[in-house]
Ligand binder design. Structure first.
Ligand code: HEC
Ligand code: HEC
Ligand code: HEC
Ligand code: HEC
Ligand code: HEC
Length: 308
């Protein structure tokens, strides 16, 4: 691989009223090519090699049903998720991804292959790691064409987090979750208890440095900073980003009241989260000729802030 370097900056998407205005500019560095050993730092996230990949978009929908299918029985989780960045994880990166595709094309003299495309899709549309190359390339072509209606169908969705992210393979009609013994009436999917969904490791796959044979990506390094923080002893990612409350896990008749978790996944774009993170102490010193002001900011987030 020729060691070329792609660097770009991306602006965060427009923030709505409840969020902080123009807060962050994400500087995003993707190094494509050279396999530079960075001793001890890397915990590579590898793409899965599928023996029998999913061959069509229709089949992809069967294994990973669109979120609104789940929403028919999980209204609340669906409503929250829809407002989260996970729900727009491809549309949001269209500009950067398009640029990446054209760089690979210029270098290789052909449209990127599956492995090259997974350098973005692995985290932004993770279900595609189980798909055959033509399916993956079709989605990439929609990005190049700027086809937003098609792009919005692809994201970090319910079915991926609740199947493939847990077991490493696609599954039909089974979901894995954090309910120990779920209510399982006839005619709905099977439910399996997956205690690891309560742990930071579950989020780590996508929220840490990434390395594959074709690319290095540094989109999110929160897992690494959480690991270095004393907070790791007391709080997992879920404790702060998926807060618990009482409710029903499903609207299906007969579902009991139990502890459920928000799927809003608020982060640095949320005023509420930032307020939680910052404790501002103003200490005004004795007035002399000027007024010395010391501002002390205590970081209560589980990692350094802001990320990126
Ligand atoms: C290891 C997983 C991973 C890979 C691979 C990855 N990303 Fe990301 N990306 C993320 C995560 C997680 C975030 C959110 C970071 C945050 O908000 O702190 C993100 C955020 C972004 C953003 C900022 C979006 C916004 O709304 O602010 C852009 C742009 C982006 N990625 C582009 C890309 C491109 C282009 C590629 C492929 C070259 C890529 N990413 C590969 C995980 C990844
Ligand atoms: C026909 C209704 C229905 C549909 C559609 C449905 N679910 Fe469920 N789901 C349920 C019921 C009922 C429960 C059990 C709730 C409880 O025990 O409180 C459940 C439980 C779950 C759990 C918890 C499992 C556990 O053991 O922790 C997850 C995760 C889940 N569903 C995800 C999904 C996903 C993802 C989809 C879409 C692919 C989906 N569901 C579609 C009815 C449905
Ligand atoms: C399959 C990959 C994947 C997994 C697993 C994943 N995320 Fe994400 N996450 C992303 C991507 C990609 C983005 C950025 C999407 C965008 O900006 O459009 C993101 C964005 C976020 C954001 C919003 C950040 C912001 O800037 O506001 C939070 C918070 C978050 N994730 C928390 C979590 C937590 C907590 C977990 C574990 C329970 C988790 N994520 C698991 C891929 C993933
Ligand atoms: C980024 C990964 C991710 C995505 C996307 C996601 N979930 Fe979850 N979900 C989790 C995690 C992690 C838990 C367990 C949280 C805990 O117990 O701390 C969970 C828990 C659940 C539960 C069990 C009840 C509860 O609230 O704890 C249900 C039901 C569920 N999710 C349904 C859905 C549906 C429906 C969607 C899509 C609209 C969805 N999830 C999208 C990660 C995800
Ligand atoms: C003690 C609570 C806490 C824990 C634990 C925690 N976070 Fe956060 N996180 C926050 C707060 C508060 C913010 C908002 C302030 C900021 O931007 O850092 C945030 C911001 C984020 C963001 C957005 C970063 C940005 O630049 O906008 C992501 C993504 C994220 N967290 C993911 C994670 C993941 C993944 C884990 C686990 C490895 C985790 N967090 C652990 C409290 C926590």
């Amino acid at each position: 691989m020729r060691g070329s370097q792609i660097l770009w900056k991306s602006f965060r998407k427009e923030l709505n009223s409840m969020m902080i205005n123009r807060r962050t500019v994400t500087a995003l560095a993707v190094v494509v090519g050279a396999w530079v050993a960075l001793a001890g730092f890397w915990k590579p996230v590898r793409s899965m090699q599928e023996e029998a990949p999913i061959n069509s978009l229709k089949e992809l929908d069967e294994f990973f049903p669109p979120a609104q299918v789940c929403g028919s029985c999980h209204g609340r989780a669906h409503e929250e998720w829809q407002k989260s960045y996970h729900a727009s994880a491809l549309v949001d990166i269209a500009t950067g991804f398009k640029k990446y595709i054209s760089q690979v094309e210029a270098r290789e003299g052909r449209f990127p292959n599956k492995q090259e495309l997974l350098a973005c899709f692995d985290c932004h549309v993770p279900a595609l790691k189980f798909a055959a190359e033509p399916v993956v390339q079709q989605v990439a072509r929609w990005v190049v064409e700027g086809n937003r209606p098609e792009m919005t169908r692809f994201n970090v969705g319910c079915a991926f987090c609740h199947t493939g992210a847990v077991t490493g393979r696609p599954e039909k009609n089974v979901v894995h979750g954090s309910i120990e013994s779920a209510y399982q009436p006839e005619g709905i999917h099977r439910s399996q208890f997956a205690p690891k969904m309560r742990k930071a490791d579950f989020c780590a796959t996508c929220h840490q440095a990434y390395e594959s044979p074709v690319a290095k990506v540094f989109c999110s390094l929160v897992f690494e900073s959480w690991q270095k923080s004393p907070v790791r002893e007391t709080k997992q990612c879920q404790d702060c980003h998926m807060k618990a409350s009482d409710g029903v896990a499903s609207d299906y008749p007969g579902s009991p009241t139990r502890v459920v978790h928000t799927h809003r996944f608020q982060g640095g774009h949320s005023a509420e989260m930032l307020q939680e993170a910052l404790q501002l102490a103003l200490e005004v010193g004795k007035p002399a000729t000027s007024l010395p002001v010391e501002v002390r900011i205590t970081n209560l987030a589980g990692h350094r802030l802001p990320d990126g």
